[in-house]
Every structure is written in C-alpha cells, then in structure tokens.
Design a protein around this ligand. Structure first.
Ligand code: C2E
Ligand code: MG
Ligand code: MG
Ligand code: MG
Length: 280
C-alpha cells in the first residue's frame, strides 16, 4: 500500500504516483457513469450576504456522492473531469440543475463556478444563453465566477469572452483572488464586477496585522477599480466585524451559512418565496 512506503525513496514516490493515477482512473470511470445516468451529482448553495444581513446571491457548488466511492470533493472531481475531457459535459449538467432551481425560485440569484475549459469552449456562451432563453431566465440573475488561470492561459480570448458575458447580461467575479501565479496587471484591462478575496487571506486577519493590511489593500484596490468585494471563508463573528469595518461589501463563509440544498437555502434566506411548482 502506497502510504506505508511514504518518504522511503524513489520506489515509494513511484508507488504514490501509481496509487494517485489509479484513484483518478477509478473516479473517472464512476464520474462517466454518474454523468450518463443517475442522480449522484447535485448542487449545494452557500449564501453571500450583504451589509444589511440580506442574501445577495448564493454560490452554486457542485456535489457528488458516488454510490461506489462515497462523497468526493469538487476540487478532486473537477480536476479529474478536466483531465478526462468531461468538464464540458459536467458543466452542462450542473448548469441544467441550477436552471431548474432558478425557475423554481424566481427570487434566487446565483453565482456559478466556470472552469477555464468551459469558458474557452466555442459553444459555451451560446449554450448557456440558449438554455436561459428557453427557460425564460434573465442572465442578470447569474454571476460567472472565474479564476486567474483563465487570464494566464489566454489573456486575449479571456478578454473577448468576458466582454461577451457582460454584453449578454451576466455579471462576473474573479474567484480566489491572490492565490494564483499571475501578476495583477490584468485587472486594469479585464473588468470583473466582483472581486472574491480568498479564504487564505481572510483566515489571517485575526492573528496578524500584516494580514489585516493585505486585505485592506485588496479592498481599496477593488474599490478604485469599481469592483464589489466578496470576502470568502468567514468563520467567525470577529472576522466579519473586521472586514465590514474595512469596507468589504459582501460576506461568505461558514459563519454566515454552509453550502446546503436549495430548499434549505431558500427557507432560511428567502422565506417569502415559495417554489413555483407549489403555487401552480
Ligand atoms: P470556490 O469556488 O472558491 O468555493 C468556495 C469553497 O470554500 C467551497 O468549497 C466552500 O464550501 C468552501 N467554504 C466556504 N466557506 C468556508 C469557510 O468558512 N471555511 C472553509 N474551510 N471553507 C469554506 P467546495 O464546495 O469544496 O468547493 C471547492 C472548489 O471546487 C471551489 O472553490 C471551486 O473552485 C470548485 N468547484 C465547486 N463547484 C464547482 C463547479 O460547479 N464548477 C467548477 N468548475 N468548479 C467548482
Ligand atoms: Mg467560487
Ligand atoms: Mg473561491
Ligand atoms: Mg477555490
């Protein structure tokens, strides 16, 4: 077993890699099956909350509990889907689930995570706009979350896609800001509506003054560039207070609410809304 060899030289390293790729192959096999038929893939929603304590929108997060393998984290199965050429198919499935929820709950606004591979696919924007048109959903109810890697891969194509998204009525967010390997110069050209400050920065503000100054600087920069700021991974009341005082617009994290099924989110945050199906 790979783990027992850990740290004992090149043979062990090979064994760890072998184990990892075997795992990936097994995950891929099960993911293919899950995409073909079945209901294993779902979406959880995490609240993003404004200064008045009201829901601004909810982030849609992919969930997969495999009958054979149990729950797999999205970091893991999204990476496998990307490597296996399944990301477009997975993305389409997730988008359909989210559209079902947007139809059922007319007051719901969401943000969705889009992999660079989806954004760069030529039919991505036509696919999502057609789906929205068919179902009578306004694009303005959806914010598209992208990471810096999109910009690194192909800055010109990224700029084109971003402009197209905005022209179609979507808003856009730069996710996990500060964790990538790119320079921040692109923020001058690429106009995202929202900047999402990564949890790794938020988690330092209670223990370190340097941590506070870094987040403060990010917020000031975002304001200057006329972006809204979402702080991710807020786990304590004290963090929320500090961030509000620094001018953070919107808050997200376990302290405000964990990812949950759509009914739970709606019952907690949009009490006045009842699903269309129940009304009809
Ligand atoms: P992300 O887009 O940055 O999503 C935020 C992640 O932080 C989520 O993890 C969320 O559950 C977690 N989180 C939120 N608040 C807290 C907190 O207070 N403390 C801690 N410790 N964690 C918190 P999750 O759901 O496991 O997703 C991980 C990543 O997987 C996402 O990071 C995103 O990059 C990717 N992902 C998830 N769903 C999708 C999807 O539908 N499509 C794509 N392409 N990627 C997705
Ligand atoms: Mg995200
Ligand atoms: Mg993030
Ligand atoms: Mg992330």
């Amino acid at each position: 077993e790979a783990k027992s060899h850990k740290g004992s030289g090149p043979v062990a390293f090979g064994a760890v890699i072998e184990q990892a790729s075997r795992d990936a192959a097994v995950i891929e096999q099960n993911l293919r099956r899950a995409l073909e038929h079945g209901t294993e893939i779902t979406v959880a929603y995490q609240p993003i909350v404004g200064p008045d304590g009201r829901l601004v929108r909810a982030e849609a997060l992919a969930r997969w509990t495999s009958a054979q393998l149990g729950p797999i984290t999205p970091d893991r199965f999204v990476a496998v889907a990307e490597q296996a050429g399944l990301m477009v198919q997975l993305g389409r499935r997730l988008f359909q689930i989210i559209c079902d929820d947007l139809v059922a709950y007319p007051d719901l606004h969401v943000s969705i995570n889009i992999s660079p591979l989806q954004l760069m696919a030529p039919d991505f924007i036509p696919m999502i706009t057609e789906e929205l048109r068919d179902r009578g959903i306004a694009a303005s109810r959806i914010e598209i979350e992208l990471t810096e890697s999109v910009v690194v891969d192909d800055p010109r194509l990224a700029a084109d896609r971003l402009a197209e998204l905005h022209a179609t009525g979507f808003s856009t967010a730069l996710d996990d800001f500060g964790t990538g390997y790119s320079s921040i110069g692109y923020l001058g050209q690429l106009r995202f509506d929202t900047l999402k400050i990564d949890r790794s920065f938020v988690s330092k503000i209670r223990s370190s003054q340097e941590g506070v100054e870094i987040v403060r600087g990010m917020i000031i920069m975002a304001r200057g560039l006329r972006m809204k700021v979402v702080c991710e991974g807020i786990e304590a009341a004290e963090e929320l207070e500090l961030l509000r005082a620094m001018g953070c617009d919107f808050a997200q994290g376990f302290h405000l609410g964990r990812p949950a099924p759509v009914q739970v989110l709606v019952n907690t945050w949009l009490c006045s809304t009842s699903p269309q199906a129940a009304v009809a």
